[in-house]
Design a protein around this ligand. Sequence first.
Ligand code: SF4
Ligand code: SF4
Length: 375
Amino acid sequence: MQKRIEVNGKELFVSKASSYDNCIEEACSIIESSRFFKGLKETDKVLLKPNFLSARKESDAVNTNPRIVEAAIISFKKKLSKDNIIVGDSPGTASALAVAKACGVYDVCKRHGIKIVEFSSHKLVGLKTFRRISLWENYDEYKIVNLPKIKTHVFMTFTCAVKNLYGLIPGKVKAGYHLTHPVPADFGRLLYELALKVNPEFTLVDGIIGLEGNGPGSAGIPIKTGVLIGSDDVFAADFAACSAAGIDYRIIPYMLAAAREKSINPSTLNRVLSGLGFPLASYRLPDGKKLVSRITHSRLARRVFRKFSSKPRVITNACIKCGECKRICPAEAISMSPYAKIDYSKCIRCFCCHEICPAKAIEVANGLDSFLGRK
Ligand code: SF4
Ligand code: SF4
């Protein structure tokens, strides 16, 4: 049963959904009730942007569930030709096609005749304070429908609607921005400005089963949350998503930036969401994240960030020597000899290696414990 609330002129939809088996009808209902859907023209083109992280199966809950993508396709096919709808992303290592095949989205797209696009070509655009950033060349030809998933994130604490838009930066260019913005507050600022620029027309959050603990990759633990969230405001969607997960928005760097710049109104949203019974779950945060997220917002702490922050550590026994971490590392801090080995003098703590490792062989080591030699 869907609730539609208007918050500061923006639409927010919340629907409790207990499982993926019966979510398509609810998800379609949210999309088709939105002002955006009602205003779509036959000639419009829609990009469905799921969260494609890595080539994992559906039950790992690492990528947006295929039924959420299918619901969006079913809805938009009611107004647009199938040739005006694409599914696209630029995953960390594997191709969009490989991820889609592994998680079940490929079968959905094949059944509905929808093309899967890999973001490879890019163009430079300006953000509010970042002068130039690379985005997929054709991103502004489409109405963007953001299909993120609720997950914890070892670097950003949380990932959902705002962070999913980072996938519009093609391929390895993404890794370069980690290198130039190694501090969470700075990277969060980049994500905030990117979301302002891209401004997706609609966001539908896959919050039926999220990921807690050391997400967003295979080291995260699936957690039932039972919710679908829709909004024409990407920040309101994320606020509702972190609230559903029981995570304080103030420890998420880009949400803090959004609140400071009045892109969200936390008190109004909190009042509305608590009236709907939020939070719906209590996600375990990434190891050591609460403390680190708080302190890295202060200038003084940035100086000691490298010393005390959590760091990736290779569990040699678990390493299958695939080299994925070495390929994705933006700082070229990983060598293979024969197992993955990290050079901490180069490591910028972006945790891309942890995200991508298929064997859970890169753990997040608590920085203070490491400093005190306890781990
Ligand atoms: S640490 Fe993980 S990603 Fe790196 S080589 Fe080993 S198994 Fe592969
Ligand atoms: S070793 Fe891992 S955490 Fe460090 S810079 Fe490379 S990818 Fe990022």
